[in-house]
Design a protein around this ligand. Structure first.
Ligand code: PMP
Ligand code: GLN
Length: 423
């Protein structure tokens, strides 16, 4: 096999440049795992990139990609500026600066009663993205199975395939997107290496209750699997408690807890995340992480330590503010004719566009509907099918995800525009 396939994957001709030649390599597994490998062998942009570009091109309000449009706490931003001024601009230690690791440990103790050693059980990463990538690559061998709820965040599929492992999905079924415990029980076997739990869940907003999480722990114990939890939305819950899996009896030994500053402090561009696990697991994950980014975000690390030490009121108020935004958008989507679910966490609403009737019927499915939504209503959203494998898409075909982590005036304008769909 040559590195560049001599046969262009599209019809040869004036356009048959290198761009259309198959490049061999494991990128194909990553793209396939994220469901982004086109039939012609080319890589498609992620749904977030595609829809953000569509919003930019059309001037539509971007309720697609999940990022806030307001700055986070002023003390945190100021701490980063101060750190740059103070010369915190070179490589930080490989595991993260001590003050941040201590703040992460302090946060776990304060909010969840979980006690971890900041020296050996905490690892700072380039966002939850790197934390998840390093963890999956470090802890799986080709052929291992990774169990995950579906719909799932695209990264999981990409990295599991990149590792040569196999994703096994357990459906969350509309309209409530709760887990089917029997299906979960059937999915975990002695081939399972990791059970990956994202709570609060993107895109559905499900916050998994103790019953589900206890079953995850019991199954992991029975089949000697490791639990990986993606808790990036841990502080964004609405009237329900976020239960970290590691807080359950027997779980801490075999759980890798992953979170991030991105959502909690509205700093998605800073890329500060972390991993919490027993020392041997941290050492294994660090073996991979140090060759991904090595380290990142020197001046942001002390700033996030400031954020994690903020009083309880900051975290509680942020969730309450977001809940009011959720309710505003649910009311607007309902008036526009969507059937909506009420997420208990994270910052996305899944809305069923089928009740819109003709407008949706002409689009045919949620992906086409989202491509047409800028013209129909001046708003961008993402189809839930982008989080679902092709063979399972029919049951999610009319579902659309709207992000509500935007300013109130932006959401009000979006709601007014979406009202056009009802006419
Ligand atoms: N996990 C989930 C479920 C997410 O939604 C996101 C980001 N949107 C991430 C991980 C990535 O987090 P980070 O930005 O910290 O890399
Ligand atoms: N996690 C964000 C979302 O779900 C997107 C992040 C990304 O673009 N990769 O909207």
């Amino acid at each position: 096999m040559t590195a560049l396939d001599a046969t262009p994957t599209r019809a040869a001709g004036a356009g048959a440049t290198l761009e259309f030649v198959t490049i061999h390599g494991s990128w194909q597994r990553a793209a396939r795992g994220a469901m982004l490998l086109g039939d012609d062998g080319t890589a498609q942009p992620s749904i977030f990139a595609e829809m953000s570009a569509l919003a930019a091109a059309t001037g539509a309000i971007n309720l697609g990609q999940g990022f806030p449009d307001e700055d986070g706490p002023a003390e945190v931003l100021e701490a980063a500026r101060q750190a740059i001024t103070d010369g915190v601009n070179q490589y930080p230690p490989g595991r993260g600066i001590p003050v941040l690791r201590e703040a992460i440990a302090g946060h776990q103790a304060r909010w969840y009663g979980i006690h971890v050693d900041p020296e050996r059980e905490v690892l700072v990463t380039a966002g939850a993205t790197e934390a998840l990538t390093a963890t999956i690559l470090a802890l799986t061998e080709p052929g291992d199975e990774v169990v995950v709820f579906e719909p799932f965040y695209d990264l999981y599929g990409a990295v599991v395939e990149l590792a040569g492992a196999k994703l096994v999905t357990v459906p969350l079924v509309a309209p409530h997107f709760e887990s089917d415990l029997d299906a979960l029980g059937a999915a975990v076997t002695d081939r399972t290496r990791l059970i990956l739990v994202n709570s609060p869940h993107n895109p559905t907003g499900t916050v998994f209750g103790r019953e589900t999480l206890e079953l995850v722990v019991a199954l992991a114990e029975r089949y000697d699997a490791i639990i990986v939890t993606d808790e990036v939305y841990e502080h964004l819950t609405f009237g329900v408690e976020h239960v970290p899996v590691a807080s359950l009896p027997g779980a801490a030994e075999r759980t890798v807890t992953i979170s991030s500053a991105a959502k909690t402090f509205s700093v998605t561009g800073w890329k500060i995340g972390w991993v919490i696990a027993r020392p041997a697991l941290i050492d294994a994950i660090l073996s991979v992480k140090q060759f991904l980014s090595y380290v990142n975000g020197a001046p942001f690390q002390p700033a996030i330590a400031v954020g994690l030490d903020l009083p309880d009121a900051f975290f509680v108020d942020a969730a309450a503010t977001l809940q009011a935004k959720r309710d505003l958008l649910i009311a607007g989507l309902t008036t526009a004719g969507f059937a909506t679910s009420t997420p208990a966490g994270a910052y996305f609403i899944v809305a069923d566009a089928a009740p819109l009737g003709r407008v949706f019927g002409e689009a045919g499915d949620a992906a086409n509907f989202c491509r047409e939504l800028p013209a129909l209503a001046g708003v961008v959203a993402v189809p839930v099918t982008a989080f679902v494998r092709p063979e399972h898409r029919p049951q999610y075909a009319s579902l659309v995800r709207f992000a509500f982590c935007k300013r109130v005036d932006v959401l009000e304008e979006a709601v007014a525009r979406l009202g056009r769909l009802a006419r």
